[in-house]
Design a protein around this ligand. Sequence first.
Ligand SMILES: C[S@@+](CC[C@H](N)C(=O)[O-])C[C@H]1O[C@@H](n2cnc3c(N)ncnc32)[C@H](O)[C@@H]1O
Ligand code: SF4
Length: 414
Amino acid sequence: MDTPLSAPGCPPAVAGWVAPPLSLYLHLPFCQVRCAYCDFNTYAGLNDLIPAYAAALEQEIRAVGQAAGAKLPVHTIFFGGGTPSLVPLEHYSALFAALRQSFDLTPGCEITLEANPGTVDAVYLAGLRALGVNRLSFGVQSAHPAELKLLDRLHTFEDVLNAVAWARAAGFDATAYGLNLDLIFGLPHQTLADWQSTLRRVLALRPEHLSLYALSLENGTPLRAWVYQGLLPLPDPDLAADMYHFAAEALAQAGYAQYEISNWARSDGHSPGYFQCRHNLQYWRNWPYLGLGAGAHGCAAGWRYSNVLAPAAYINRLAGGEVRPYPFSAVAVERHAQTHAEAMNETMLLGLRLTAEGVREADFAARYGLNLRAAFGRQLRRLMALGLLAWDSEGARLTPGGRLLGNRAFQEFV
Ligand SMILES: C[S@@+](CC[C@H](N)C(=O)[O-])C[C@H]1O[C@@H](n2cnc3c(N)ncnc32)[C@H](O)[C@@H]1O
Ligand code: SF4
């Protein structure tokens, strides 16, 4: 912790700004194997800990709810991982009871669960839907066996087809918040034609939402080691840019609107934006969320904080039953009181990821008591001169060219 526990936490907004309802992120750090590219806080071989971990997570939910002193309204919940779909239904039943007793889940609360194809069946998905999960996110990554093997994925594309069919049958469709599918492009050996055929096969499934991530060679991952040992070719950034442009066009033609650098959503039959991920919008709008579970990050009541990483340490610390002042629980190990200036910078950094909405002038001024010109006029003019940014009376957003060079734009606000 970099500030004493008694520090008050500084509200990163002007008096009178009414914060939106909360979001909750719950981390389930268990996987069957660690994929070659992944550096998330997740562990293979620890599945024996799942029952004790689920009980600890339930305890953390109740402790933070109690610390809040009232049932706070919550409008999105995200079970992320790791592989949340490795956790048996009985544990979700207990977690939902704790969530409903500790927080006020608003009508229409979006509740997403990340699932790996190959770990689910029809009964499990119907059980999740019955408990209240109303959005599923499947990690598909690729439709090609060789690419799935390279990434150490345990499933086939046929597993994806089954998982999607079972999810649709269970009611994860347009009557709820539908399905998201994750893909990764820019893989070693991947050609543009390979990527095009993955996209074709995935678009045929008509998911409501798609997340397309450029491969990032993360420190400490086997994939990065193989590339730097010369065992695999370094992915070509120009080819990855071509893949991104192809995808943007193909998705637009298929009726998907891009709303974030890596995210697209359909809206047919609903208001525009209906199938955008409300939970992730909360992050990009720099709105408050609680992080629950091992290694989870939170941002609420003027604090950014994170929990202890290791599942066993997480379980042990919660066993003591300690209740700390909101928004913390016994497992918070790092925290930082945000200043007004930091919060403004973060609002730019995160909000510029939103390709259509960007950072809205009216929202920014209502929150910080300053317009964009007064807060960041110099930086915004510089980015406009570089062709990376569009800025008008509505607000500021990246240009299509700026979306691939987002990191250059974000440097202005670090
Ligand atoms: C929390 S992860 C995984 C969720 C789930 N366990 C799965 O693998 O299906 C969410 C997504 O991040 C993406 N991802 C993870 N590591 C990545 C990396 N190094 N580069 C690009 N995308 C990555 C993958 O598409 C993955 O599905
Ligand atoms: S990508 Fe998903 S399944 Fe693979 S190690 Fe990471 S969290 Fe686990």
